[in-house]
Design a protein around this ligand. Structure first.
Ligand code: NAP
Length: 325
């Protein structure tokens, strides 16, 4: 039986990854951040800890000796990385490299191959001069989040040279109803649902023209597992290859909720405009399609629709459980 170790279990991707691995019969262990309140799939063995506690995490990994390590823990928002750049560097950069070293030590001690997957990000490319980007695109980040992810991304190659099956999955934005509302997509769908139920009136956003390559989170988690289990260790861009604007996302969300005249509900708030915003990031996932047999299974309209539908259900449930006056 495969023994897997996941960090970031309380996040969007960690929850889907745990479910996928469990349903495929793996034994799943996870580092549980003490702040995490998110429900975790039954069957996951939780180990309380913080990734930046390097000695404790190393001890845990050497003890568990997993076959697969998925490093998903991180300060995952660009906005937060601007307010906490040092923490972002510690968690996404230094602690990720320490985990690589721990995985390598497990391999050395056990004599068994360990497969390591790092959740990297398209933000490592910053403002690329060409589009779409692929694994050969210049790494040149423009925000603290991208810098921290770039450090770990480059270290993956270093450990691959040390014969660790280490993979950096260069993930483009991926969404789901489990995305926290701090992220623009979920903020849009949650607010649209509230407006549809008469519980909100306005949606405050930054740059409506910002464009992203948005995919369906469970597809991206599936790519991580495929990359871990592939014969050869390589880096992979995981993306749909199609960009849409925030404006298109808003239009699709209002339409799904049956609301016309979305513009009357949307206000532009300069507070939500990023200090430096990446230009169009669109990924070319040809390598993942070729070597992993991977392809996105959910298109843009369907992705927005699934998120809106779930938020409509959630707001409906909250409204009906509220005592009537
Ligand atoms: P997420 O929902 O923010 O989950 C990240 C998890 O990491 C959270 O449960 C968080 O716990 C945990 N964590 C943060 N600091 C930690 C620490 N010091 N020790 C242990 N755990 C810690 O992010 P996600 O969307 O699932 O993304 C997973 C990974 O993919 C992240 O590394 C992210 O940067 C990367 N990625 C995501 C996307 C995307 O579109 N979703 C795109 C590119 C790359 P707390 O909440 O308690 O802090």
């Amino acid at each position: 039986m495969t023994r897997a170790f996941i960090t970031g279990i309380g996040g969007q991707d960690g929850s889907y990854l745990a479910e996928q691995l469990l349903s495929a019969g793996a034994e799943v262990h996870a580092l549980a951040h003490p702040d995490d309140r998110a429900p975790v799939a039954r069957g996951v063995e939780l180990h309380p800890g913080d990734l930046t506690d390097i000695a404790q995490t190393r001890h845990l990994l050497l003890d568990l000796a997993p076959d697969e390590v998925y490093n998903l823990a991180g300060v995952s928002s660009v906005a937060r990385s601007w307010s906490e750049p040092d923490l972002t560097g510690q968690v996404n950069g230094l602690a990720a490299v320490a985990l690589l070293e721990s995985a390598w030590q497990v391999q050395e001690a056990s004599g068994r191959a360990v497969r390591f997957v790092q959740a990297s990000s398209a933000e490592i490319f910053g403002e690329p001069t060409s589009s779409p980007q692929d694994e050969a695109t210049l790494v040149k980040p423009i925000n603290p989040y991208g810098v921290s992810k770039a450090y770990a991304h480059l270290a993956v190659e270093v450990y691959r040279r040390r014969k660790l099956h280490a993979v950096s999955a260069i993930l483009y934005n991926h969404e789901s109803p489990r995305r926290p509302t701090q992220f623009v997509t979920r903020k849009i769908t949650a607010t649209v649902a509230a407006i549809a139920h008469g519980e909100a009136d306005t949606l405050a956003l930054g740059n409506l023209d910002a464009r992203r390559d948005w995919g369906w989170a469970p597809d991206y988690v599936d790519a991580l597992v495929r990359a871990a289990r592939a014969d050869d260790a390589r880096d992979y861009v995981i993306a749909t290859g199609v960009a849409h604007s925030v404006r298109e996302f808003v239009e699709a969300a209002f339409a799904r909720a049956g609301l016309e005249d979305w513009e009357s509900h949307v206000v532009i708030d300069p507070a939500f405009v990023r200090p430096v915003d990446a230009t169009e990031l669109v990924g070319d996932s040809s390598r993942a399609r070729k070597f992993l047999g991977w392809a996105p299974s959910v298109g843009f309209e369907e992705l927005v629709g699934r998120m809106v539908d779930r938020d409509l259900e959630l707001v409906g449930d909250q409204s009906s459980s509220r005592p009537s006056r």
